[in-house]
Design a protein around this ligand. Sequence first.
Ligand code: KG4
Ligand code: ZN
Length: 338
Amino acid sequence: MLILSVESSCDETAVAVVKDGREVLCDCIASQVELHRIYGGVVPEIASRKHIEAIYGLADQALAKANVTREDIDAIAVTYAPGLIGALLVGVNFAKAAALALDKPLIPVHHIRGHIAANYIAYPDLKPPFLCLVVSGGHTMLVDVKDYTEMEILGSTRDDAAGECFDKVARMLNMPYPGGAALDKAAKSGDEERYPLPSPKLSGNPLDMSFSGLKTAAVNLIHNTRQKGEEVAVSDLCAGFSKAVSRMLIPRTMMALDQTGYRTLAVAGGVAANSRIRADLTRECEKRGVRLCLPPLSLCGDNAAMIGAQGYYEYLSGNLADQTLNAYATKTLEGERL
Ligand code: KG4
Ligand code: ZN
């Protein structure tokens, strides 16, 4: 089954053609990152306009690259939630029009379910159930992937997402948006012990996480150092910060593995590209003999191939939409039928 998939939830317009949920025939991305960089973050209005400008050409390009025609496509999958509402609406309306014109089924895909499904592309033999650590710019959570379309959130951040904090601290250090990758690079040569950062204690669900206190501690440290007329040792702070984020994520992930009894851990979302987090997860999983699925960097960030992968399984579960499909800025991945 050939799915034409569309992703436009934030600042990447992406269209892919995916066969049977696992084989990517093409994965085209038009990134707007350079444009938003001058504002230090995504400007929603600009994102929507740029999606409109890019999407038609990108879809034609995707079909040509995959060497298929419109008639070869069996269904259209699209990210309908969560994300920037104007940005999502561009993809949803494009997909609705394509489904209507081609008389093909329309498959709504939750963006985070898509991130999780990036693992099906990277690991063709991977099948649920497994545990997934989702760490993106907007979400941080531990998900029990019971089946392809049946998921339960076991714990999540109570405040900011890990990616948001990486970006905020990087911005304070004058790194270009989105700063997560630059902060990661700087951390490699740093002394992680020079600036000790706090580990917040949380009551309630032991699998819940919190990053805002850590972010504030790092921001205050930068301010206070500068106010004293001193220079912040950038690499050292980046190393200490990455360590602190990892210390929030990894023990909870291991606890969730113990709790569920799963022997497979998948990781998803843009922050899964972080080298410190990847190294710590690799070490801990090796110690426990747990299989670790870490998608390549190209599949960690936003892309449409992951939407095509999840779209296939949503289709098999009968999760289809009609022309009344709407976009939603927020929606849980635990999901309900539309
Ligand atoms: O999943 P994603 O592409 O978009 C969302 O759905 O949010 O994640 C983007 C986030 C940004 O916050 C970006 O700074 C972060 O992923 N990121 C990283 C790294 N590469 C990307 N954070 C830390 N280390 C990295 N190497
Ligand atoms: Zn994403």
